[in-house]
Design a protein around this ligand. Structure first.
Ligand code: ADP
Ligand code: MG
Length: 344
């Protein structure tokens, strides 16, 4: 049974960066405004993430790493309107099957922090022979999740990974993207330039800081929305929000040429992949950029949570959503126009 659990866990946690993505989303779900990441050996030795969010109640700690333990889903019907990142309660459970998982957490109302260790889905004693229960300790409000020796018990998974430096680069990529998308959140830690002291909370400023000043002078900005929503705003009336959507994009003009396309796509504040949308936007640029040159595009799309199908893949990465073609076309058109008018 534990082998099956390990295999299942590997479907969700592919590599250190996918663990980190889940942990980051949990911090943001918890309302954190400050997040600190610590990484050792590309996340394989240590992946630690500290936030100042709402914390986890002492009473919830014993079952924290059991599958389907989630505070984000109260009834089944909630599944159709998921607004937070998480909803399956599988991330921490999975990590406990392929790593040593420890949690230090404190809610505002608790007088001290609590530390707990997990293995294979259950709370365990800190050391053999000690009692199996969370231990009181000193700590700030918020949560620190500590993942040690990731994939220690799945040698095939471990050997499929690249070098620690490659894994580190992927971790950095995920943090950087979330930092761009959450300019008001202070991200700090060894892998990043310290953004916690940055005074500006604007997306374009975050892009400049994280992707380099050279991008900034070539950056265009557009907002989009479905026609329905425009009309609703004008009339100040309620419409059926089923087909309404809005988006915001920061994208480079024809002067900027990257070797590789940099595409950040957030749907309802979740970092996702859509190869269909990526291809469509790439095609827009192929008309204005020389061969071999690629753009930078940050796109944040908000659609009705009911219209997003996050169940297509357990990693919840590649998404599909209602009216995908229509939305993609409208965004492509706007980008095309913006690029065309800029080049005259
Ligand atoms: P999900 O996010 O799908 O609910 P997870 O396995 O990622 O499942 O997390 C399980 C639960 O642990 C969450 O629902 C939440 O209650 C709690 N939790 C995890 N990380 C944090 C955090 N950083 N701050 C507060 N609560 C957390
Ligand atoms: Mg989660």
């Amino acid at each position: 049974e534990s082998l099956i659990n390990r295999i299942a866990a590997g479907e969700i946690i592919h590599r250190p960066a996918s663990a980190l993505k889940e942990l980051l989303e949990n911090c943001l779900d918890a309302g954190a405004t400050s997040i600190r990441v610590t990484v050792k050996d590309g996340g394989l030795k240590l992946l630690q993430i500290q936030d100042n969010g709402c914390g986890i109640r002492r009473a919830d700690l014993p079952i924290l790493a059991e599958r389907f333990t989630t505070s984000k889903l109260s009834t089944f019907s909630d599944l159709t309107r998921i607004t937070t990142y998480g909803f399956r309660g599988e991330a921490l459970a999975s990590m406990s099957h392929v790593a040593h998982l420890s949690v230090v957490t404190k809610t505002k109302t608790e007088t001290c922090a609590w530390k707990a260790h997990y293995l294979d889905g259950v709370l365990v004693a800190p050391k053999p022979g000690q009692t199996v229960e969370p231990k009181p300790c000193a700590g700030n409000d918020g949560t620190t999740i500590i993942i040690e020796d990731l994939f220690y018990n799945t040698p095939t998974r471990l050997s499929a990974l690249r070098s620690p430096s490659e894994e580190y680069a992927r971790i950095l990529d995920v943090i950087t993207k979330y930092a761009v998308h959450n300019p008001k959140v202070a991200f700090a830690g060894s892998p990043l330039p310290d953004l916690s002291t940055s005074s500006s909370s604007e997306t374009s400023h975050a892009i400049r800081l994280l992707y380099g000043h050279s991008i900034a002078k070539d950056l265009l900005h557009s907002t989009f929305s479905s026609k329905k929503q425009d009309e609703a705003m004008e009339e100040e009336s309620e419409v059926d929000d089923r087909e309404s959507w809005k988006a915001e994009a920061h994208f480079t003009n024809a002067n900027y040429q990257s070797k590789k396309m940099i595409f950040l796509l957030f749907i309802n504040h979740r970092l996702v992949e859509s190869s269909r949308m990526k291809r469509a936007l790439e095609a827009v640029y192929s008309g204005v950029l020389p061969k071999g040159a690629s753009p930078f595009i940050y796109l944040s799309l908000q659609i009705n949570p009911r219209d997003v199908d996050v169940n297509v893949h357990p990693t919840k990465k590649e998404v599909h959503f209602l009216n995908e073609d229509g939305i993609t076309d409208q965004i492509s058109d706007t980008l095309q126009q913006a690029l065309a008018s800029q080049s005259h």
